[in-house]
Design a protein around this ligand. Structure first.
Ligand code: ADP
Ligand code: MG
Length: 852
């Protein structure tokens, strides 16, 4: 137990998977936590300080399944292996426990096993560092080799974390919002964190074999420290083994469509509200056929572009594939069989490769070779992919010759290397197998010699090869001195025979030599692969890119999604657009009603009114989602779309109560509104749904109006503003760039029918009672509500009599507004300005019937 305590002392934050023979055992609190999390039996073993020691265990062969569950629940696991076998410990004359050591720390951000990773999602470890008041973020995925950094202002940290969505975050104590549970600190880890920016730069340069980090681009101090910390963490968790990582690249915001965390969540881009992928934009547009392709598609959707050239390249490439359907179909077939090259390379680089990882390289290379001739030259992205698809024909040939089909899961299973590849290995195997033949023949000899036809030679785990005979023959065989009775059984007995033991040894030795030779051959193959790691990684990237492009081509061909026309202006026009996710979710036969949307520069704000359930939120999101798709370079579900590239997209839909953070709906709504008003500009696009709902009607209405006015006058972005306050329609007269639309509703036999159609104009009423009736509120209650509503409407002032609207009308009717517009303060003397002010005031007072 002393050994356990010593190791636990070094890894207090991890569960110890303590190797004992064929099991990983857990003890004390580790056992209690794991037994509860895994739902396995908790037992006890011996006592410690008078109390029984809690214990549970998992078989080594199934460890990955249990690991996966523990990691998903946020545990970290230290794998403690036996560093010697019992025989060699005995030979060394050791007493006490076998030597053991931690060979790896398994944490959520440092996974490589297929069973622990989500195939279609990246798995990032992120590190955050601060230097001189600025933050730096570095993130890497050791399963695929991505390594990137970005400098960021503290205010933008959440947006950046939202984009990357790390599985684990190495960070000092700080506010991480919804990501807080993924934070890990380096305390208690034998990890050498970079002392300062200079040291961090030096370490990074050294790790990637450059004289200076500047060779890879410009990194802020905080980025360098974060990157070096992430590397140090990887080194600490992998116990020194270093994964294959590409050189760090500093990614700027430049060229990206900015989406803050709230917008990402509300648009459900990669994940739906419940955290799953089903129901997300990604799930709806994903026609990729490989895991690497799915990851790349997710990366495109998570970081849409603002670069016209890059977007045109993507569009041109999938259009080309769409226009050669035969090649695209063949491409799809080849990609479907292509394994996950990036992740296989990740395991190979860490010395964790099994035969199937090398087989994956072989099969990916075969897919690449099959695909290359399918691609017509002359399309930039396809040419680029084609150039990377055949990194080295010789490697393909030697892997094909070397690897057995099918590849066994583990190297220890033997038979990973095919016969005929390595003569030495073949010779050892022959020796092993010939001896087995000899034993088979020997069984016949003995049966005849002893006159026992039912005599069998069997292999026994402890005894080796034994002679087994039934009970009736036991006495007879005891007479032969060369046979030694080793074990009686219920219906017979087992004997050993000196010649058998000799053969047994010979087999064991030959088998051991064959296994050793097989490891050497395997190691040699791994070396060949690693020597080509860069071009192989590029080949994996090319396969992923082609998969995303064929997915886009299929969407366009199969569902008739169109190529959006992109420009560097402020246009926005969609003809017959559809909400991809809602459309896909509608029951078959109920058609989704397409809608146009046009926001011209002269009329860039849309006020959308309509009762609940009429389709306002759907329409709003649909337009935002089409922007994301268009700027990801993908086709869009519409007949036509023209888009002036958007620099920031804001979506505020249906304020959800953020109870977990202790903020009320209204507070959340206002914080989000503030963020839009501060950050949006003329190239931005904003959708606002039901702002002001979280407070009283008058408050809500006032705030909604104020926000709308600010968007109109100062922000000047393109925006769609949905509200059930149909009173806001009044504003269209005062705000020239605002136009009103409404969701069409029909009344039919006293029931409300939603047409889901956007039409010019305003909703006349809110149909609340109708919706309540639709929802199954008892008829008596609906009737009573109708009565109350009618009475209230009779007594109420018209909407325009609310102070707010009175003020709007007043300013307009007095002509003050027009006059103000004519004034040019820059060209006025102070005296002229003062007299203009007097004049305006006089007019207002006259209108109100008061003396000035
Ligand atoms: P609102 O925001 O006005 O309350 P929603 O946008 O939530 O309305 O839409 C309510 C429901 O109407 C949606 O869940 C969807 O099933 C249906 N719907 C919305 N828009 C359409 C459309 N264009 N075509 C068909 N059904 C639609
Ligand atoms: Mg709504």
């Amino acid at each position: 137990m002393a050994q356990w305590f010593a190791i636990k002392g070094e890894h207090p934050n991890a569960l110890l998977f303590f190797r004992m023979g064929d099991f990983y055992e857990l003890f004390f609190e580790d056992a209690q936590a794991a037994a509860a999390a895994l739902d396995i039996a908790l037992t006890a073993r011996g006592t410690h300080q008078g109390a029984p020691v809690a214990m549970c265990g998992v078989p080594v062969g199934q460890a990955e399944i249990y690991l996966a569950r523990l990691i998903r629940r946020g545990f970290r696991v230290a794998i403690v292996e036996q560093m010697e076998d019992p025989a060699s410990a005995k030979a060394r004359g050791a007493k006490g426990p076998l030597a053991r050591a931690v060979v790896r720390l398994v944490t959520p951000g440092t996974l490589t096993e297929e069973s622990l990773l989500e195939a279609g999602q990246p798995n990032f470890l992120a590190a955050i560092a601060e230097a001189g008041g600025r933050l730096g973020l570095a993130w890497l995925d050791i399963s695929t080799g991505i390594f990137e950094t970005q400098a960021c202002e503290p205010a933008n940290l959440m947006a950046l974390l939202g984009r990357i969505d790390p599985a684990e975050i190495l960070a000092p104590e700080m506010e991480l919002g919804p990501h807080a549970a993924r934070r890990v600190n380096a305390a208690g880890l034998a990890m050498r964190a970079p002392a300062n920016a200079a040291a961090a730069r030096r370490e990074l340069a050294q790790e990637f074999g450059a004289a200076s980090l500047d060779a890879f681009g410009t990194f802020s101090d905080a980025e360098a420290i974060a990157a070096a910390a992430a590397l140090a963490y990887v080194r600490a968790t992998q116990m020194g083994a270093m994964p294959r990582l590409s050189r760090p690249a500093s990614i700027g915001d430049a060229g990206l469509l900015l989406l803050d965390a709230a917008t990402r969540a509300s648009l459900e881009i990669l994940r739906a509200r419940n955290g799953g992928e089903a129901g997300s934009l990604l799930a709806t547009v994903k026609l990729t056929v490989s895991a690497a392709g799915a990851r790349k598609l997710a990366a495109w959707l998570a970081a849409p572009l603002t670069d016209l050239t890059a977007l045109a390249a993507r569009q041109t490439a999938w259009l080309a594939l769409r226009d050669m359907p035969d090649s695209a179909a063949k491409l799809r077939t080849a990609l479907r069989g292509a394994p996950d090259l990036a992740r296989a390379l990740g395991r190979i680089a860490l010395g964790r490769a099994g035969p199937r990882d090398l087989a994956a390289v072989r099969d990916a290379l075969a897919a690449g070779a099959a695909i290359a001739p399918l691609l017509l030259p002359g399309v930039a992205l396809l040419d680029q992919a084609a150039a990377a698809l055949i990194p080295d024909p010789e490697l393909t040939a030697s892997l094909t010759k070397a690897l057995a089909v099918p590849a066994p899961p583990r190297l220890d299973d033997g038979a990973a290397v095919a016969a005929g590849f390595d003569p030495e290995l073949d010779a050892e195997r022959r020796l092993r197998d010939d001896t087995r033949q000899v034993i088979a023949a020997f069984q016949n000899d003995l049966a005849q010699l002893y006159g026992v036809a039912s005599l069998k030679i069997r292999h026994h785990a402890q005894l080796g090869y034994v002679v087994e005979v039934p009970a009736a023959a036991v006495e007879k065989l005891r007479e032969y001195p060369e046979l030694i009775l080793r074990q009686g059984m219920a219906n017979g007995a087992r004997f050993t025979h000196p010649e058998l033991s000799a053969l047994d040894r010979k087999i064991a030795e030959a088998a051991a030599r064959a296994a050793a030779r097989e490891r050497v051959v395997f190691g040699w193959l791994v070396k060949q692969v690693m020597a080509l790691a860069e071009p192989l990684a590029a080949c994996g990237e090319a396969l992923a890119l082609l998969d995303v492009l064929q997915s886009a081509a299929s969407l366009s061909a199969g569902k008739g999604w169109c190529r959006p026309e992109l420009a560097n202006d402020e246009s926005f026009a969609i003809r017959a657009g559809r909400h991809p996710v809602v459309e896909a979710a509608l029951p078959a036969g109920t058609g989704f009603v397409p809608n146009h949307c046009e926001l011209s520069p002269q009329c860039r704000l849309m006020l959308l009114t309509g009762p609940n359930m009429a389709g306002k939120s759907t329409f709003l999101r649909q337009n935002a989602l089409l922007i994301i798709l268009a700027q990801a370079g993908l086709p869009v579900p519409a007949e036509a779309m023209r888009l002036g590239l958007v620099d920031r997209l804001f979506s505020r839909v249906g304020a959800a109560d953020d109870l977990a953070s202790g903020r009320s709906t209204f507070m959340v709504e206002m914080i989000e509104a503030a963020a839009i008003l501060h950050q949006a500009g003329p190239k931005s696009f904003v959708i606002v749904d039901e702002i002001g709902r979280g407070t009283g009607t008058r408050d809500g209405l006032a705030i909604a109006q104020a926000v709308l006015e600010e968007l109109h006058h100062n922000v000047r972005c393109r925006a769609i503003f949905a509200t059930h306050f149909h009173e806001l329609f009044m504003l269209t007269e005062a705000l020239p760039r605002l136009h009103a639309c409404t969701m069409r509703v029909k009344e039919w036999k006293g029931e409300v029918v939603f047409m889901h159609e956007v039409a010019p104009g305003a909703a006349q009423r809110s149909w609340g009672v109708h919706v309540a009736r639709l929802a199954g509120v008892p008829e008596s209650v609906a009737k009573r509500a109708e009565f109350l509503l009618n009475r209230a409407e009779r007594n109420a002032q018209p909407a325009a009599a609310l102070p707010l609207f009175a003020a709007v009308r007043e300013v307009r009717e007095t002509g003050i507004e027009a006059e103000l517009e004519r004034l040019d303060p820059d060209k006025m003397t102070p005296r002229e300005a003062l007299s203009a002010l007097y004049e305006l005031r006089t007019k207002l007072m006259a209108y109100r019937g008061k003396a000035s």
